[in-house]
Design a protein around this ligand. Sequence first.
Ligand code: ADP
Ligand code: ADP
Length: 220
Amino acid sequence: MLELRAITAGYDRRTPVVRDVSLSVEPGEAVGLLGPSGCGKSTLARVAALLHRPDSGTVLLDGEPVHRWRHRAPRAHRTAFGVVFQQPRLSVDPRLRLTDLMAEPLRATGRRNEIPDRVAELATAVGLTPDLLTRRPHEVSDGQLQRACLARALVLRPRWLICDEITAMLDASTSAALVAAVEDYRAETGAGLLAVGHDHALLNRWCGRLVRWDDLGPAA
Ligand code: ADP
Ligand code: ADP
């Protein structure tokens, strides 16, 4: 289970953007977190993915506290999460070919021998044709780049997926393809999902449980 307990977080301790928020995701569960732009969803998603340290509160992974780190969460904890963000161009090294971008987490964890098979497998799973894999980010569309970012998030087979407005920049058919690829992965692995967004219809179709930002808080 992924548990966020009484999380307060922000970018300056005097004015936190997330105040005393609690939320948990059961293994295999898909939770959609809905809220207006600017309310703090991305910040909470980054806390959940161990990319942003909360000012106070507890993050637990299967009962183990994992929020106590200074500069960076330990890799053993980080690799439990695959994270996809709203704007793919902001989360990639623009010099990397898509194939290298997708393989980054394997390279970083010393598992180079797995790269060819895993990249081929994921290219199929996310709907990228082989000719696209040798292109660089500026040579592909936002949707194609987001598919590669999803592949990168899945490459280490994480137990949790954090999707932060991943379809906000995309057309309906690309959005549907990305959601389908996430759901195929979850069906295969039983991974849990926290999907953050503002599109009620999309999250409602996608997630088994919807949570509204305003309903989170001390009692939720
Ligand atoms: P949402 O995802 O719901 O749109 P965010 O978590 O992105 O909300 O933002 C919540 C608040 O935190 C906003 O007021 C935003 O301007 C501020 N914020 C977000 N990221 C940063 C940052 N890196 N530095 C300072 N303030 C930030
Ligand atoms: P480092 O060797 O610096 O510890 P990391 O293990 O954090 O590197 O990851 C290497 C690269 O892989 C990063 O640049 C990041 O973009 C990407 N990456 C790692 N883990 C994930 C993930 N869970 N979701 C998306 N991208 C990831």
